[in-house]
Structures are given as structure tokens and as C-alpha cells.
Design a binder for this molecule. Structure first.
Ligand SMILES: NC(=O)c1ccc[n+]([C@@H]2O[C@H](COP(=O)([O-])OP(=O)(O)OC[C@H]3O[C@@H](n4cnc5c(N)ncnc54)[C@H](O)[C@@H]3O)[C@@H](O)[C@H]2O)c1
Length: 346
């Protein structure tokens, strides 16, 4: 069992445990506290949590709304949770984000723990403290920073995860590897076949490295004023593709195409040496992320122009600068669009 901690200013220490058979440890840690389980109906919450009141999140991403949050808050209130109670969110990023938001709001904030059951949630969304709900106007427009006090990761959950969702999580792991962890990059290169087979020891290593990299950044910059923006590598185009497809494509798959674009832009602006760009591209392809043709640029422009990371007329772009290194560059929209045009063409 691996244990990592994250100390953010103004928040209690968050603990991330990675290992197998965490159910009993979970039950023991809950002890006699009043608790409530919010879970994804694709999974059965750990047996050890039997008997604790619960609610299933139905409706997937489309129900990651304030109405969905209210439904959960009412159920928590019906279960008479108090300030010392605990909310356990078992599922993917949707359940983690919405559960975390409900925990941040209920009685102005109660403790919550995450038990991530998708690869994306394990390598990314279950750590770092961002909670969210969507509005009809856009994704994740409402939220709060409310870190899970504990995250309990067991890669055993991944056995039943559909292929597309597994790949979506792999893209976020590739993002960490390309942008900030050369050792993880080499590991993905050397062991991608075992990872594809969902070898649990291999997946544990990948998840461990991703969580460690994210926690290190979040500790330095919990509220995304600086370095944390590096975690948006691949997301400038990724978010635009996701929105243009009306969120019908899993997040990570859009990010993977965004990573290809970031590498292209880095290469054409000489931010990344061609040899390293080629290596990064090859890894993405080996992991199953083809450099597919993009939709017409005109359909992407409004989303790019509206990008959250935009400041004034400049777009803050997470730029890969080598294998395992990246930095934030301010670009204007025209530069971005020109690079997009040449990406489509190349
Ligand atoms: N808070 C953050 O920092 C952060 C970071 C990245 C993404 N997100 C959010 O995370 C969400 C995406 O997360 P996701 O990719 O986990 O999606 P998800 O929660 O929708 O799960 C994907 C699918 O897998 C199913 N599922 C979950 N666990 C399973 C299992 N073990 N076996 C079989 N099926 C299973 C779910 O029912 C769902 O259909 C988005 O809403 C995104 O905005 C948040």
C-alpha cells in the first residue's frame, strides 16, 4: 500500500492511499461516524460500506448539475448528516465532482472522501480539490475548492471499465508523462502492452506517478494562479473539441487530440526539439491516440476564444518543451488558429 499526502494552505492534509483490498480499511476508518455513500450505479460500492445510507447518481455527465447536487443534498439531509459526518463518493469524475460540491455546500462544508473507480478519476479528478457542476452555458462553471480528505485508490475497479473510458484515463496519464514526468513517459513507452492488458501492478505504478506529480503541483499552487495551469496541457483544444461534440466524446480522448496539437504547436514554434516531438507523438499513437482530422476550424473558434485560461486577448497555453517538461506561454488567438490550420493540413 502506497500512501501520499498533500498539504495545501488553509486545508487539512489530504491523504491518498493506493493499494488493493481497501474496503475493510475504509470501514475501519469510517468507524462510528455518520456517513453517506454517493455512488455510480455502474459499480457496487465496497461491501464494507453496506448498511450506510446511500444514493446512486443517475444520468451521468448530463446530470452533473445543480439539480443533481440538490437531490444529493436533500438525501444527505434526510439521512440527518451533521457537521461531523462524512460523504463518501464512489465512482468516476462525475460522482467525485458532484459529491465534492455537495460536501462543500452541506452545512457550509463537511468532510468527504473519494473512492475513484475510473482511470481518469484515479490519475486526475479524485485529487487536487476541484469540485464542480455544469450549467447549460458550459461545463464545470460552478464549483468550489474542497479537497477530499482521503482518496482510496484500488486499480482492481478498472477490470470492468469500458475500453473507451479506460483510454480516456490513459490520455491524462500521457499528459502527465509528456508535460512533467520523463520517467513515467519511459515507463509508458516500455510497458504499454502490460498497461493495455490492465496489469494491476503496472497500473498501480502509473496511477502512483500521476497522483504524485499532480499533488506536487497542487501543493505549490492550489488555486491555479501559476504552475497548476501546466495540468491543462492538451486541454485548450481538448475542451473545444469536447464542447463542439456536445460532450459525446469522453474527456480524455479529446485531451489526447489536444496533446497532438500542443506537440505540433510546440514544434512549429521551436519550443520543443523535433526529435522529442516525434517521440511524444509516437507514444500517443502507441497508446491508441491517432492524430485524427479535426472538425472545421470555424466550429472550434468560438470555444477557443472563450477558453477559461484566456486572459485579455492572450490565451495561456500549456506548451510542452521536451519530454517531461512544459511551461505556460501566452499566445494570441491568431497564432493558435494558424497552428490549428497547419495541424489539420499536416
Ligand atoms: N475535479 C477535477 O479535477 C477533474 C479533473 C478531470 C475531470 N473531471 C471531471 O470528471 C468527469 C469525467 O470523469 P470520468 O471520465 O471518470 O467519467 P464518469 O464519471 O462519467 O465515468 C465514466 C463512465 O464509466 C462508468 N464507470 C465508472 N466506474 C466504472 C467501473 N469501475 N466499471 C465500469 N464502469 C464504470 C460510469 O458509469 C460512466 O458511464 C468530467 O465531468 C470532468 O469534468 C474533474
Amino acid at each position: 500500500v502506497i500512501e501520499l499526502t498533500c498539504n495545501q494552505p488553509g486545508a487539512p492534509t489530504a491523504t491518498v492511499t493506493i493499494g488493493g483490498g481497501l474496503g475493510e480499511a475504509l470501514r475501519a476508518a469510517v468507524g462510528n461516524r455518520r456517513a453517506f455513500v454517493y455512488f455510480d450505479p455502474a459499480i457496487r460500492p465496497p461491501k464494507a460500506l453496506d448498511g450506510i445510507p446511500s444514493l446512486a447518481h443517475t444520468g451521468g455527465e448530463a446530470a452533473k448539475t445543480l439539480a443533481g447536487c440538490e437531490r444529493l443534498l436533500r438525501a444527505m439531509s434526510d439521512a440527518e448528516l451533521d457537521r461531523d459526518s462524512l460523504l463518501l463518493a464512489c465512482g468516476g469524475g462525475v460522482v467525485g465532482d458532484l459529491g465534492g460540491l455537495a460536501a462543500a455546500l452541506y452545512l457550509r462544508g463537511i468532510e468527504y472522501w473519494q473512492v475513484p473507480t475510473t482511470l481518469l478519476a484515479m490519475v486526475d479528478s479524485s485529487v487536487g480539490g476541484k469540485t464542480a457542476a455544469n450549467l447549460p452555458q458550459g461545463k464545470n462553471l460552478v464549483g468550489a475548492f474542497h479537497p477530499a480528505a482521503r482518496t482510496l485508490i484500488d486499480v482492481g475497479w478498472l477490470g470492468s471499465l469500458p475500453e473507451r473510458e479506460f483510454r480516456s484515463g490513459l490520455a491524462e496519464a500521457a499528459k502527465i508523462a509528456i508535460g512533467m514526468d520523463a520517467e513515467l513517459f519511459a515507463r509508458l513507452e516500455a510497458r504499454h502492452d502490460a498497461i493495455e492488458r490492465r496489469d494491476e501492478a503496472e497500473l498501480t505504478t502509473v496511477v502512483h506517478r500521476c497522483v504524485a506529480a499532480k499533488l506536487a503541483i497542487v501543493e505549490r499552487d492550489p488555486y491555479e494562479h501559476g504552475d497548476r495551469r501546466l495540468l491543462n496541457l492538451g486541454h485548450t483544444l481538448g475542451h473545444a473539441l469536447e464542447a463542439a461534440a456536445d460532450y459525446s466524446i469522453p474527456h480524455g480522448l479529446c485531451v489526447a487530440r489536444g496533446l497532438h496539437f500542443a506537440i505540433h504547436l510546440a514544434e512549429t514554434t521551436s519550443a520543443m526539439p523535433p526529435r522529442e516531438a516525434m517521440r511524444a507523438r509516437a507514444l500517443l499513437e502507441r497508446l491508441g491516440f491517432a492524430r485524427d482530422p479535426l472538425p472545421p476550424i470555424a466550429t472550434l473558434t468560438p470555444y477557443l476564444a472563450r477558453d477559461k485560461k484566456r486572459r485579455g486577448t492572450a490565451i495561456r497555453f500549456a506548451m510542452p518543451t521536451g519530454i517531461g517538461t512544459s511551461e505556460i506561454r501566452e499566445l494570441d488567438l491568431q497564432t493558435l488558429l494558424a497552428a490549428l490550420a497547419s495541424d489539420v493540413a499536416s
